[in-house]
Design a binder for this molecule. Structure first.
Ligand code: FAD
Length: 408
């Protein structure tokens, strides 16, 4: 048998391989990825690793011995170029072709480029992989003035680390508040104030029209209003584009991600997709988009989908339905999110000061809970959302409500 061939050696691809072996799958498992080295976790790249608090080895998901012991044939530095669906073969960039019984697309996402003149100047950086983080660690040591384009999770985590290094940091954001796509106005306001307390400045509702430079090096960021913010390091964090080209060129359905069904299968029964690159139907996305499908960029999603897909390939199919959850560490504050909220969902606040949760309702139904320095609320919220326990906004607003009792 040709077994399972996994494209993408990140969080999701590795999880499929590991879970296949845990599930007793006996056929070959081949894991190819275009990055060098062992599969590793990305979250510390904008947190502890960026801050110099952990080394590269500490990022690895498992040591090399694990892959050998579990007969996972890992081929780093290997790029997939094309899928031959009729022959069930994957063609690599160097022309070699590999057979498969089942092909798994776990190709993740790449950063969106800033579409303005000067975006290719030296000093303009992104953060996705270990190589980016290594370059940024060095750059932080040499920089003085930093501009972050995009007040999303990665931009804000980077800003917190750079500010702690004593750099002057300005964050430019097109929306009117931080993390506008993902969190409530209340949570956004808390993090804005926290960052301002660390010396970070913000420009909201602001557009970038150009990166200015001399001798090939960036010197500043030009705003739509005409001002130029001087900068010797510019971090662009304006979202990602799913790596769906392999699927699209093979004639599979793609729409901001590879389209899969509830079992993470594409319309070709021999090809599945998961993780950051995949768009799937989810009850948690009800009312968020046009068709109740979603593409989620999180470690939880990559791991739980990896387990779900491996179970199916090992003969125990079940639809994917895990509660989405996510975290972000910014300075000393921990944000945890359970469920999926939209920008227009109603907010109910519990707690105050540095420790609170925002319960988000859509159509009168609890859809998500954002917890700031309230880990216990986050755990309860995951249980409430998993069980579909009814909770009204009025109950959530009652400080006397025993949340924990409700979830047991
Ligand atoms: P990836 O981890 O991106 O892996 C995909 C791999 O496929 C990559 O190595 C890519 O190079 C490779 N690849 C792509 N195309 C090809 C090809 N044609 N041939 C071969 N290989 C290919 N999530 C959280 O939940 N909490 C956090 O705090 C958090 N922080 C993050 C911080 C940073 C800086 C980043 C970048 C992400 C963070 N995330 C966080 C998101 C999380 O890391 C991702 O959701 C997760 O890595 C997705 O896993 P994946 O396997 O789908 O994609």
């Amino acid at each position: 048998a040709a077994g399972t061939l996994i494209v993408g050696g990140g969080q999701a691809g590795f999880q499929v391989a590991a879970s296949l072996r845990e599930a007793g799958y006996a056929d070959p498992v081949v894991l190819i990825g275009d990055e060098p080295g062992l599969p590793y976790q990305r979250p510390p790249l904008s947190k502890a690793y960026l801050a110099g608090k952990t080394d590269a080895e500490g990022l690895n998901l498992r040591p090399a011995s694990y892959l050998a012991e579990h007969r996972i044939a890992h081929r780093p530095g290997t790029r997939a170029a094309r899928i031959d669906r009729d022959a069930r073969r994957l063609i690599l960039a160097d022309g070699e072709s590999l057979p498969y019984d089942h092909l798994v697309l776990a190709t993740g996402a790449r950063n969106r480029d800033l579409p303005v003149p000067g975006a290719d100047l030296a000093g303009v950086r992104q953060l996705r992989g270990l190589a980016d983080a290594d370059r940024l660690r060095e750059a932080i040591g040499a920089a003085e003035r930093v501009v972050v384009v995009g007040a999303g999770f990665i931009g804000l985590e980077f800003a917190a680390v750079a500010a702690a290094h004593g750099l002057a940091v300005t964050v430019i954001e097109a929306a009117a508040r931080p993390m506008a796509r993902a969190v409530s106005a209340e949570t956004g306001a808390f993090f804005r104030a926290a960052h301002e307390g660390w010396g970070v400045r913000f420009a909201f509702s602001a557009g970038v029209t150009a990166i200015e430079g001399t001798d090939g090096r960036a010197t500043g960021v030009r705003l739509a209003e005409g001002d130029v913010l001087p900068a010797d390091l510019i971090l662009v964090g304006i979202g990602v584009v799913p790596n769906a080209e392999l699927a699209a060129e093979a004639g599979l359905a793609v729409a901001d991600g590879v389209r899969v069904d509830a079992f993470l299968a594409t319309e070709d029964p021999a090809i599945s997709a998961l993780g950051d690159c995949a768009r799937f139907p989810s009850a948690f996305a009800t009312g968020l988009g046009r068709d109740d499908t979603v593409r989620i960029e999180s470690v939880q999603n990559a791991i739980d989908q990896g387990r779900c897909l491996a179970a199916r390939l090992a003969g125990r199919p079940a639809p994917y339905g895990a509660v989405p959850w996510f975290w972000s560490d910014q300075g000393r504050h921990k944000l945890q999110i359970a469920g999926l909220a939209g920008p227009d969902d109603a907010s109910v606040l519990r707690g105050s000061g540095d420790a609170f949760s925002v319960f988000r309702f859509r159509g009168g139904i609890l859809r998500a809970v954002e917890s700031v320095n309230r880990a216990a609320d986050h755990m309860v919220a995951r249980r409430l959302l998993a069980a579909g326990t009814p909770l009204t906004p009025e109950q959530a607003a009652d400080p006397g409500l025993d949340l924990k009792a409700l979830a047991t």
